[in-house]
Design a protein around this ligand. Structure first.
Ligand code: B12
Length: 249
């Protein structure tokens, strides 16, 4: 069995629902560098200089609780905020993704290929080039079967693998539910104003760039199971009709 097929079967067995493969050359021209204050996006080559293939893995996050984020209290709690100390945050879905993707890294490493996980390449646009789905009006990756209820991670490897075709269709069509339902009006078709997104507001409790009306809605709408944790907003995912489960809450 070709290695790509072998890896796809392994990924499905590990619990991923969609898998696609591209070369780093196929991922040229994607977003790069700092996205607001959130992340410094890397190219695959910056993440692993010897990379020959990029494997994009999609995990079905079917429950709101996957959006749980926990801030390390001694670093960043609202009461004890210390400027200039790097923040540390655990997002439940990131931890699940990393855990599952290690199966693929481990398998490739044992076969002699250098391999690593990446959450710092631009995963949505990479996933489109790997054939997983289209980029939606909410800016998220929309897959035909699960809509945007997919979380993404990449495995970078020196193995040369058979690649997939980029996804060509626009799955949103005339729908604009995510745009009209976003509580802070952060979305325009295919674009987001980051400092109006409730997730950004919750992640950055001290950012001056977040307008007052958004801070008020953050206090009202963001659920906080404990003082150091919150459930990230997922309204623009929940309302998407594509792949919507019968019972979505
Ligand atoms: C930075 C970031 C954020 C920031 C900024 C969001 C953003 N859209 O950039 C904030 C904190 C606001 C955020 C919020 C959320 N995020 Co976030 N975030 C990221 C991160 C780290 C990078 C995203 C990125 O590349 N931004 C850079 C901008 C420039 O790229 P872009 O959004 O693709 O913008 C392009 C489009 O606008 C496009 N475009 C412009 N016009 C047009 C027109 C057409 C027709 C088309 C097709 C495209 C197009 O051009 C732009 C540049 O290429 C990724 C993880 C990763 N490493 O990729 C997760 C990620 C995108 N987030 C994710 C999620 C789930 C969320 C939230 C739902 C929160 C949550 N509950 O987890 C919200 C959703 C908000 C939203 N609708 O975007 C998931 C999305 C999964 C999916 N199905 O796509 C990711 C992939 C994390 C993961 N590991 O799964 N996020």
């Amino acid at each position: 069995m070709p290695l790509a097929e072998d890896l796809k079967n392994l990924a499905l067995k590990a619990g991923f629902v969609s898998v696609g493969i591209a070369t780093p050359q196929m991922l040229q021209g994607l977003p790069h560098g700092w996205v607001s204050t959130v992340i410094n996006l890397q190219t695959p080559e910056e993440a692993l200089s010897t990379v020959k293939s990029v494997i994009l893995l999609g995990y079905y996050a079917w429950d709101k609780s996957f959006n749980l984020a926990v801030d390390a209290s001694y670093l960043v709690s609202r009461e004890m905020y210390t400027p200039n100390v790097p923040k540390e945050r655990y997002q439940l879905y990131d931890e699940i993704l990393k855990n599952k993707a290690w199966t693929i890294v481990d398998y490739l490493t044992k076969k002699g290929y250098e391999s690593s996980l990446s959450l710092s390449i631009p995963l949505k646009t990479a996933a489109v080039r790997c054939g997983l789905g289209s980029q939606g009006k909410n800016t998220l990756l929309i897959t035909p079967n699960y809509g945007p209820r997919i979380r993404l991670i990449a495995v970078l490897t020196t193995a040369e693998l058979e690649v997939d075709e980029p996804f060509q269709d626009d799955l949103c069509g005339d729908c604009g539910k995510c745009i009209t339902t976003c509580p802070t009006k952060a979305l325009e078709p295919y674009q987001i104003t980051i400092n109006r997104c409730l997730t950004y507001a919750a992640e950055e409790p001290h950012a001056q760039a977040v307008p007052d009306d958004v801070r008020k809605l953050e206090k009202k709408l963001i659920q906080r199971p404990t003082s150091n944790s919150y459930i990230e907003c997922s309204t623009c995912i929940d309302v998407c009709p594509i792949g919507k489960p019968l019972r979505s809450k």
